[in-house]
Design a protein around this ligand. Structure first.
Ligand code: DGJ
Length: 728
């Protein structure tokens, strides 16, 4: 059993293979965070040993004196506003009389084999063998506000999925001002904070900073999880490196406004909290109603950032992604966007398709521009009707032709948006997010549909399913290309206006659940101007995400390197595009573009009718190579061997789960004159075994590859390789 309650000490032990998380009920009433780290079987009860706390407000009324008299000095599992703890609360509520104080005490707990789903939200899942759940029930005795803290313990992956359910068991309405998904108070800790920061076309750069005695925050207020910060952060010990030291990960299964906080007080306690952004959020909870927070997946790794990443990769593949494609090899695709943008007709598509067949591509994806009057990005979003001036035999005709050529058919949608120049907007100008009487700001010439409205959700379901039912479509790219502005919904009453961003997410999740379950054989890929909504929430519905609109091979090394801190390659859409590159005008060899894109979900995004015969031959070799080795890249263990942020050189390695195959990928971003060959020390091999390099037949001892290394030249720009070794 991974969860044990020791009644004599009032402690809950949450054991995984390589970690223990301990909660102690102080005075039998107040859940304290007692420990999280390497396995620990016995923790001395907190009240029995000396801690360096000081006195301040004594508002928790613990009946204890000295060290434990102050709520500000406690390490709390669920801190609330108003009861003497002046740090960031996990629960902040306003009651009918205007008071905001909540005081929660333990009333009971239950253990569940397996894990119950979270109402209306994406969440991790698993069998009773894989996960056991603890629910701790807390209550405010005055207002009857009830809070259930859920801890789902995934024993094999050292992961605990935490969420918070708030129930208004009182007789008057309550306004929730903040509900964190998870709060962990680390005691007396020196730590760094690692997070993923970026912008459009520059997503997910790895940032690491020391947590001083101050407040650190990552967040989104944009309506999507955003390009700027991923809803993920990790606490690292100062000496933690790529493959050693403690790493504590926090990743939210949510795609909207979020906050992640690390707040270190004068006693060096660090409070880490993650959940829906409290900024401009409130939720009116009527008597009997329940508010369910999204969940945060917490991972402890004793083996560094890489160890944390590998656990998240396994977790996302097994416990977040779902459906037919979860562990399946997916089609190599040719996407039309960077090749022809809006300027195509059926002849052009079929010419591209013919070329695609020659090099072994599996699917043609018709990106933006196939519907309404969409010849540029200024019109027609919302009018999901095929433009037969461009696709003269219609979607069914085109799909049938592609299928007869042996190709699958993929189609782009941007269902959450509306163009002012569209029949949809003319018919329903109130269906977008807006504030009556205020101008509606356009972004990329479009407005955001108000997905909090049932009729809008229904319209999107009908529109997308209508198209999917009408033609043989194998794949959908679900795009979303703007952030929120003028956040308001005339469909919501005054006191619920701040609920809109979360209601939007609930609406989106409902739409996605409905469409994907009606079309289980369609592969869905999400996109938000590239990687503006790359999170564990959307991966629950769509098992891959377009990583970035930046398809330059060099930029992609940085982007995919950072992305891999959390996400496995199987989720990462990555394409070879034309040169000079359309985002940065850099020219890189087709070989390097292939090697970078093959470390993800591989495809091409260029007008391949213009490729030379020589390039066609190389492209065919790339597709063949990728198909032969993708399962190691997608489902194996990844090691980041060289960090391109430190020097203009990157190396990644993938080891198949059975240890039989390993692939070393190296990328010279910029050459250095007169530099000796780099000895790239590999990881995760069997030191006693030997490995044969597929291309040369040369045999290397495992210990040699790990301790001496594989020699890689760094003398020319943009030289790359993918070296395959098989265990002898
Ligand atoms: C933004 C996406 O990220 C691109 O890949 C492309 O689909 C365009 N939208 C189409 O408008």
């Amino acid at each position: 059993m991974s969860i044990i309650f020791k009644k004599e000490t009032n402690q809950f032990y949450l054991h995984t293979q390589n970690s223990t998380y301990i909660i102690e009920l102080l005075d039998g009433r107040i859940p304290m965070h007692a420990y999280w780290g390497k396995p620990l079987r016995d923790m001395l009860p907190l009240v029995t040993w000396k801690s360096a706390y000081v006195l301040s407000q004594n508002a928790l009324d613990t009946g204890l004196t000295g060290d434990f008299a102050s709520s500000a000095s406690l390490t709390l599992e669920c801190p609330t506003y108003g009861a003497g703890d002046l740090r960031e609360p996990a629960i902040h509520a306003e009651y009918a009389d205007g008071s905001r104080l909540t005081r929660l005490e333990y009333v009971g707990h239950r253990l569940i084999d397996g894990k119950p789903p979270l109402e209306g939200l994406p969440a991790s899942y698993g069998t009773a063998e894989e996960v056991t759940t603890l629910e701790l029930e807390l209550r405010d005795s005055l207002t009857q506000l009830t809070v259930v803290l859920q801890y789902a313990v995934f024993e094999k992956l050292d992961a605990i999925a935490r969420s918070t359910r708030v129930i208004n068991a009182g007789e008057q309405s309550v306004k929730l001002l903040k509900v964190a998904s998870a709060n962990v108070d680390f005691y007396n800790k020196e730590a760094d904070m690692l997070y993923l920061e970026g912008l459009w076309t520059r997503e997910r750069r790895v940032k690491r900073e020391t947590i001083g005695n101050s407040y650190h925050r990552i967040e989104s207020r944009r309506g999507t999880s955003s390009h700027m910060h991923s809803p993920f952060m990790a606490l690292l010990s100062p000496d933690t490196g790529e493959e050693r030291g403690d790493a504590y990960g926090f990743s939210l299964v949510y795609s909207g406004n979020f906050e992640g906080i690390a707040d270190k007080d004068a006693f060096n306690k660090i409070r880490v909290s993650m959940g829906i952004n409290a900024f401009d959020f409130s939720w009116l909870l009527q008597p009997g109603e329940v508010f369910q927070s999204p969940e945060a997946v917490l991972v402890y790794a004793h083996d560094g950032i890489g160890g944390m990443s590998r656990r998240y990769h396994d977790f996302i593949r097994r416990h977040i992604c779902r459906g037919k494609f979860q562990y399946e090899s997916r089609p190599v695709l040719l996407n039309t966007f960077e090749g022809v943008y809006f300027n195509f007709n059926e002849e052009k598509l079929l010419a591209m398709a013919q070329r695609a067949v020659r090099i072994g591509i599996d699917m043609l994806v018709v990106d933006d521009g196939w519907f309404g009057k969409r010849d540029n990005d200024r019109s027609s979003l919302g009018d999901w009707v095929c433009n037969t001036d461009k696709v003269k035999s219609g979607l069914k005709g085109l799909g049938d032709t592609l299928h007869s050529m042996g190709l699958q058919f993929g189609l782009w949608f941007e269902p959450e948006m509306v163009s002012p120049d569209s029949d949809l907007y003319r018919a329903h100008p109130d269906w977008c997010i807006h504030i009556p009487g205020r101008p509606r700001s356009l972004s990329r010439h479009q407005l955001t549909l108000d997905l909090s409205r049932g009729e809008v959700q229904e319209y999107i379901i009908q529109a997308v399913c209508g198209i999917l039912d009408s033609a043989p479509i194998d794949y959908v790219k679900w795009d979303m290309n703007r952030y929120f502005s003028e956040i308001g919904s005339p469909a919501l009453p005054r006191e619920r206006q701040q609920e809109l961003p979360h209601r939007y997410m609930l609406g989106l999740y409902h739409v996605l659940e409905t469409i994907t379950s009606r079309h289980p054989n369609v592969l869905f890929e999400s996109c938000a101007s590239g990687g503006g909504r790359y999170d564990m929430g959307l991966l629950h519905y769509m098992p891959q995400t377009w990583c970035s609109d930046d398809s330059d091979a060099v930029e992609r090394v940085y982007i995919q390197h950072g992305t891999s801190v959390l996400f496995p390659a199987v989720t990462m859409g990555a394409h070879v595009s034309a040169c000079p590159n359309h985002q940065v005008e850099r020219t890189t060899p087709l070989r390097m573009r292939g090697h970078v894109a093959m470390a993800g979900q591989f495809g091409y995004e260029m007008d391949i009718t213009t490729l030379t015969e020589e390039d066609m031959t190389l492209a065919k070799e790339q597709v063949d190579f990728y198909k032969a080795h993708r399962s190691t890249i997608h489902f194996g263990d990844m090691y980041r061997l060289y960090d391109p942020m430190k020097a203009p050189f990157a190396a990644w390695q993938y080891v198949s789960k059975d240890g039989e195959e390993t692939i070393l990928c190296t990328y010279v971003i910029a050459s250095i004159p007169n530099i000796a060959a780099e000895r790239v020390k590999m990881q995760g091999l069997d030191a006693e075994a030997s490995y044969v390099e597929s291309e040369t037949g040369r045999v290397y001892p495992g210990a040699f590859l790990m301790q001496v290394g594989y020699a890689v030249e760094r003398r020319a720009d943009h030289v790359s390789q993918m070296v395959v070794f098989r265990r002898v």
